[in-house]
Design a binder for this molecule. Structure first.
Ligand code: SF4
Length: 346
């Protein structure tokens, strides 16, 4: 897929909450997390959403657009339903207003016939909800598939020329930091085109919420989830696999009326992870502890928010590490991307 000046296609998300799912996974409540409770999406609704998004996009920034069907098991939909949804996007593809389509599905729901149909309708990317590559974790979570299903699905998708995304969930029942590390290693071996990291949240109305109430499930603490995501993100991206989303993009409704009972939620979760990774990368370029009393930091302008961190927490951490007060952080485009330089002010 060609990229516009955005670098990545603009995704127009459409939700089919839990459609096609063979059962409800213990953590899942798509109606709540997608904020689309009003019945099944039909062809007219698809066209209306895409048309409005295309118009809004024309006013902002032109570039490639991709329509995405999320929130269910796309490849298990009845074939006519699949054709109706994909067919509704075709006029936009023919006019060149949308470049391609992506869908998300379960690893055990991928079959060659469905993939052939999807190819014909312009689907280029399939995201697999792998969640874990540990069979015990998958079993405890009642996913209904094993790690081997993900291995087979990735291979089949690649054979047929699809781009492949893998969604993973740190914090599932039975998982641990070490187990999740092995999950990430196995995913790296599969060489997907992209990954997403969604730490588990306990959402009211799910089976996991019951387990949480009974005390048989303990959610990850925020700091642990951040550390696991920082480590996983660095491992994946270090192997050339971009992590395109970290943390659920949650609608405000999810937090109204206590819909999230527990879990490492933060409104800027992904930014916290990215800022933490950046700090690790630049730590060796900063003065040693006690080397300076006051410093000015220079960095590429786009990276300054990562250095400052959420509510300047990054600066406070730099001050703790160096023992120096950070007097200013200034943009300096002569500094190489991913690096910083510093000047002694006192
Ligand atoms: S397969 Fe995916 S969308 Fe369906 S219930 Fe499980 S997690 Fe939710």
């Amino acid at each position: 897929m060609s990229k516009g000046k955005r670098g990545r296609p603009l995704i127009i998300p459409l939700f089919i909450p839990n459609e096609g799912c063979p059962h409800r996974c213990v953590f899942c409540h798509q109606e709540k997390i997608t904020s689309q409770p009003h019945g099944p999406l039909d062809g007219n609704a698809v066209q209306e959403v895409v048309r409005l998004s295309v118009q809004a996009g024309d006013c902002r920034e032109p570039g490639p657009r991709q329509v995405a069907f999320y929130g269910g098991t796309f490849t298990s939909l009845p074939i006519e339903r699949m054709r109706a949804l994909l067919g509704a996007v075709q006029p936009f593809l023919e006019m060149g207003l949308v470049e391609s389509i992506r869908v998300s599905t379960r690893p055990d729901a991928v079959d060659r016939d469905r993939l052939g149909v999807m190819k014909g309708f312009g689907v280029s990317t399939v995201e697999l909800g792998a969640q874990s590559m540990d069979d015990e974790v998958l079993h405890l979570t009642k996913r209904g598939h094993g790690a081997e299903d993900t291995v087979k699905a990735v291979s089949m998708l690649k054979e047929q020329g699809f781009r492949v995304g893998i969604q993973l969930m740190p914090g599932l029942p039975g998982d641990s930091r070490e187990r999740f590390r092995r999950t990430v290693e196995r995913v790296i071996d599969l060489r997907p085109d992209m990954a997403r990291l969604y730490p588990v949240l306990v959402i009211r109305g799910t089976e996991l919420a019951e387990w949480f109430r009974r005390g048989s499930y303990k959610a990850l603490e925020l700091e642990d989830a951040l550390e696991i995501c920082r480590e996983s993100c660095m491992a994946l991206e270090g192997e050339g696999i971009p992590v395109i989303r970290i943390g659920l993009l949650t609608p405000p409704s999810l937090f109204q009326g206590g819909q999230v009972l527990a879990g490492p939620w933060h409104g800027c979760f992904g930014y916290l992870v990215r800022a933490g990774i950046h700090l690790k990368k630049i730590a060796g370029l900063l003065p040693g502890h006690g080397e300076a009393k006051e410093i000015r930091i220079r960095a590429p302008g786009k990276e300054i928010p990562l250095i400052r961190g959420f509510k300047n927490q990054g600066l406070r951490e730099i001050e703790r590490m160096t023992g120096a007060a950070v007097i200013r952080v200034v943009p300096d485009e002569s500094v190489e991307k991913g690096r910083v330089e510093w000047d002694r002010m006192a």
